[in-house]
Ligand binder design. Structure first.
Ligand code: PEP
Ligand code: MN
Length: 367
């Protein structure tokens, strides 16, 4: 159950004390205070966690401090679309808006390798007018003998180069809390030349301690990747962990699910869920065609299958694309089989612009 307090009610006032005293009659119900930046004002909520069915609504609604009471039937109570418009959909970070209308392409290598290649990627993105990139310094790998990323030591030059080419945000995976600290420290030491969206990878989709760690800081937004073997509801509940720790700046990323039924693709493409997530939640939705398809197979009508898959997500309203590319894919240290070259990236971006325009025209038919 969520109690939304009236605008002028603070935790110091008598109205709050009255509510708090009343709720003490229900010792098994845990009380959590949440403060949110709404569209027009700060919103204070009391979240009641546990067996709330015995709490009479009429008593609470009669109390002077309470504006609204929401019985949350879904498990993901905060990211869900309950019928209150006080809390905005989406967020702004580094001057860029992320919501269910925005559209961004985050392109870059799977993993950071050399300063030369990193510079070439950023320079290429700048030439194409793209200010958002992706690259991993910490890489979870299936085999312990594979390259696991340069870690913290590459961060100073990655961030400096990003700043030099006007890259505003890099999506970067973190595997544990310490990585967030390392990113924060490196950004600060470099004078914050860029921003980072913390990526929770599919392998950590139910690593609840990591979810709490990215959720309990508010400096960086989070790109949450759906668990490759999880139902949508399980992954949405994982996002709920993040927001319940206080960080509401989340983008939900579809990256395909693991099953032989997706073969010959690396995963079964799940972009048909783009409108479903937009309907069920207030999160912007990202698609990752690189890890979904996992190869550079080219369709008989011309485009790479990665582009065809991305088009399917964008035509259905995706708000962000996470795409892997590299100046010289054969030299890359991770996922080389699915990396677009920079000239393929240019073609891909033009293609997605066409698809996005068509999406907007489609929506116009229904408005
Ligand atoms: C990645 O984006 O580099 C990555 C490892 O993705 P996923 O967690 O979806 O496999
Ligand atoms: Mn990868």
């Amino acid at each position: 159950m969520i109690l939304i307090l009236k605008p002028d009610i603070t935790t110091q006032g008598p109205e709050f004390e009255k509510i708090d005293n009343y709720l003490k009659q229900f010792p098994n119900v845990k009380i959590k205070l949440v403060e949110l930046e709404g569209e027009t004002r700060k919103v204070r909520e009391i979240h009641l966690i546990g067996p709330t069915h015995d709490i009479p609504e009429d008593v609470l609604l009669a109390m002077p401090g309470i504006e609204q009471l929401i019985r949350v039937s879904q498990k993901y109570r905060q990211i869900g679309r309950y019928d209150v418009d006080l809390v905005p959909v989406g967020f702004t970070y580094q001057g860029l808006k992320f919501d269910q209308e925005s559209f961004h392409i985050f392109a870059g290598p799977c993993a950071v390798d050399t300063p030369e290649y990193t510079e070439e990627v950023f320079k290429g993105l700048q030439r194409l007018g793209i200010v958002t990139s992706r690259m991993g310094a910490y890489k979870p790998r299936t085999s312990p003998y594979d390259f696991q990323g340069h870690g913290a030591k590459c961060l100073p030059w990655v961030f400096e180069l990003a700043g030099k080419y006007g890259i505003k945000i890099i999506a970067m995976e973190v595997l544990r809390e310490q990585h967030i600290e390392e990113i924060r420290a490196a950004l600060r030491d470099a004078g914050n030349p860029t921003g980072v969206m913390l990526q929770v990878g599919t392998r950590n989709a139910q690593n609840f301690e990591l979810l709490k760690a990215v959720g309990s800081q508010k400096e960086f937004p989070v790109l949450y990747k759906r668990g490759m073997g999880l139902t949508l509801e399980e992954s949405l509940n994982a996002c709920e962990y993040i927001v319940s720790e206080g960080n509401r700046r989340i983008v939900f990323c579809l990256r395909g699910v693991k099953t032989q039924l997706g073969s010959p693709h690396r995963n079964l493409v799940d972009f048909v869920h783009v409108p479903v997530i937009k309907r069920l939640t207030r999160l912007p939705v990202c698609i990752d065609p690189s890890h979904s398809i996992g190869s550079k197979a080219r369709a008989s009508d011309g485009p790479l299958e990665i582009a065809h898959a991305a088009a399917q997500g964008v035509i259905a309203g995706a708000n962000m694309i996470l795409l892997e590319c590299h100046p010289n894919p054969g030299d890359a240290l991770c996922d080389s089989q699915q990396l677009l070259t920079l000239s393929e990236l240019e073609q891909f971006i033009k293609d997605m612009a066409l698809v996005r325009e068509t999406y907007k025209k489609r929506i116009g038919l229904y408005s």
